[in-house]
Write a protein that binds this ligand. Structure first.
Ligand SMILES: Cc1cc2nc3c(=O)[nH]c(=O)nc-3n(C[C@H](O)[C@H](O)[C@H](O)COP(=O)(O)OP(=O)(O)OC[C@H]3O[C@@H](n4cnc5c(N)ncnc54)[C@H](O)[C@@H]3O)c2cc1C
Length: 281
């Protein structure tokens, strides 16, 4: 096995452009466990030392999250309250050790239906930047994850950053994860939301659910129904019909029926969390 640790983007993209497939890793917290007992004989490209790839910075009235940004970086960043859901997800990804090594971009590229970062990032209208020697392109996160463990990334492309467009003034985020225990658990279901509030009522809503369909999804019918509602009214809008685009499965972590109930409960908890939270700060 050869292990490459480039320090420039050019060198990293150069390594990916050859005829031999190269496996990319950041924290390696998904990649290494996935290898199981197999000995890997190929080339590994570690992106964590590439200049400019780590950190969260303002960008054109929105935000840029570099691809080597860890969950701990998210937790320690000074961000508007619309990011509260992403921060809450960061707090619940594995343990502190996993949060120190694991990256937000790695979570997306792994494309697990249970990836905790996807719902909050869908609610932030995130775009994924893909770079290669051929050029740079941006893809909406909802399109980037194409299926279970499938993304639109071509073999010669590196995810270099996530871009979050300008957010509605005063928007607040929230996240709820439901699992078999409180910490170090794979989600049975999780919900991210970003709400814009005006006089205690919802002016605009973004709600996304993970682990209840092959790819996490925004619930647009529910989002529209929530507009104008106060908290009591919002909780009443969470009906089975408005969750019908989801397709929860039965597995070792719970039955499809339980998952369906868990999603509805997680949405209600997230709405309460945001709408009952402090109005500023
Ligand atoms: C004990 C444990 C607990 C965990 N708990 C959780 C949890 O609670 N919630 C959760 O969502 N996840 C959890 N995970 C999974 C994992 O930690 C996260 O998904 C993490 O964010 C992955 O980031 P990484 O940098 O380690 O990815 P890596 O393992 O380095 O990479 C993951 C995938 O992304 C690709 N990749 C990484 N970076 C790039 C890039 N820049 N460009 C292109 N491709 C790239 C890799 O090729 C690989 O396919 C857990 C893992 C462990 C081992």
């Amino acid at each position: 096995m050869s292990y490459l640790i480039p320090t420039t983007l050019e060198d990293a993209l150069d390594a990916l452009s050859g005829p031999v497939p190269v496996a990319v890793i950041a924290g390696g917290t998904d990649w290494f466990p996935a290898q199981g007992e197999r000995a890997y004989g190929g080339t590994l490209l570690d992106v964590t030392r590439v200049a400019g790839l780590r950190g969260i910075t303002p960008h054109h009235d929105g935000w840029r999250i570099g691809a080597a940004t860890t969950w701990s970086d998210v937790l320690h960043a000074d961000l508007p309250r619309a990011f509260d859901g992403l921060k809450q997800a960061a707090r619940e990804v594995g343990s502190v050790q996993i949060q120190n090594a694991g990256t937000v971009a790695g979570n997306l590229c792994n494309a697990s239906p249970a990836a905790d970062g996807v719902p909050p990032l869908l609610c932030l209208d995130t775009e994924v930047e893909l770079s290669s020697l051929r050029g740079v392109r941006r893809v909406a996160l909802g399109a980037f994850i194409a299926g279970v463990r499938q993304t639109l990334r071509a073999p010669d492309e590196l995810v270099t950053a996530l871009y979050i467009p300008p957010l509605p003034a005063g928007a607040r985020g929230g996240f709820t994860k439901i699992g078999g225990r409180k910490y170090l658990v794979i989600s049975v279901a999780m919900v991210g939301a970003v709400l814009e509030l005006s006089s205690g009522r919802i002016a605009s809503a973004r709600v996304a659910v993970g682990a209840a369909s092959p790819v996490a999804q925004r619930l647009e019918v529910l989002e529209q129904a929530l507009v104008g509602a106060d908290l009591a009214g919002a909780l009443d809008q969470v009906t089975p019909a408005r969750l019908s685009t989801l397709s929860p499965i039965s597995d070792v972590r719970g039955s499809a029926e339980y998952r369906g109930e868990a999603v509805a409960e997680a949405i209600r908890r997230t709405l309460k969390l945001i709408m009952e939270g402090p109005s500023h700060g």
